[in-house]
Design a binder for this molecule. Structure first.
Ligand code: DC
Length: 233
């Protein structure tokens, strides 16, 4: 059991929520606006899932998957979605990390307690001055329970699938909306129903439902929450 972080530890803003809800947009914006670090915890699960796949280890072999974590030297470069680069042991894994298939694999390994334990301290190590914006599923409940502000972003599965479909269409990818919707629902089901660290708002989280909101309306609401909490003027 890790001792609680000291009150002098750098502050954390936890942003949790299901896949495709816009956490990436919100956490990038927050990190940029505040000049804080950003943790994309989902990318760590994705990288570990890919490493297991490359090593020929099935997602159900949780101890073997977890054992790969310490050997991964991970570097995140870039600050926007467009210039993002994810380097693993010096190799560029960005495109594979971001694929839909890897998201599904990550969701499968993420239900294993050994895997979650293997990544816990690695996530906490991102907590550095002047502060951290943490993006994930259990940032406010498990990884940073003492976060200064906890935001839980929600949106209907249909709205999230449609946003993803628009993004892919704009990128020239021919995706089927119904297939995306089914994938979003399947991933939600796994992430929300797993026994350990299930996707759920912390008791002290503020839930922002963006189903009917445009991106700039979501950011305006988050900006308002920062001011209410005294994190921004
Ligand atoms: O946020 P994402 O889509 O990149 O995450 C991929 C998967 O990783 C997600 O379906 C569940 C898992 N995950 C998790 O269990 N806990 C986190 N803090 C982040 C991601």
């Amino acid at each position: 059991m890790t001792p609680p972080a000291s009150p002098l530890s750098p502050p954390v803003i936890a942003v949790d929520g299901p896949s495709g809800v816009g956490k990436g947009m919100v956490t990038r914006w927050l990190a940029h606006a505040l000049g804080w670090h950003r943790l994309d915890s989902g990318a760590l699960y994705r990288i570990l899932a890919l490493a297991a796949q490359r090593a020929g280890i099935g997602h159900e072999q949780q101890e073997a998957v977890a054992a790969l974590a310490p050997g991964l030297e991970i570097r995140f470069a870039g600050t926007t979605e467009a210039d993002e680069a994810i380097l693993v042991n010096g190799e560029d894994w960005t495109a594979q990390v971001r694929s839909e298939a890897t998201g599904g694999l990550a969701s499968r390994i993420a239900s294993a307690p050994a895997v979650r334990a293997a990544l816990l301290q690695r996530q906490r190590d991102f907590r550095q001055a002047p502060g951290l914006v943490a993006d994930g599923r259990d940032m406010g409940t498990v990884v940073f329970p003492d976060a200064r502000l906890k935001i839980f972003l929600e949106a209907s599965a249909e709205a999230r699938a449609e946003r993803r479909w628009r993004q892919l269409s704009q990128a020239g990818v021919d995706a089927k909306l119904l297939d995306l919707c089914a994938e979003v629902r399947a991933r939600d089901e796994r992430d929300r129903k797993r026994a350990i660290a299930p996707l759920a708002p912390a008791a002290d989280a503020i839930v922002v439902d963006s189903t009917q909101m445009k991106p700039d309306e979501v950011l305006a609401e988050i900006g308002r929450l920062l001011r209410v909490c005294g994190i921004a003027p």
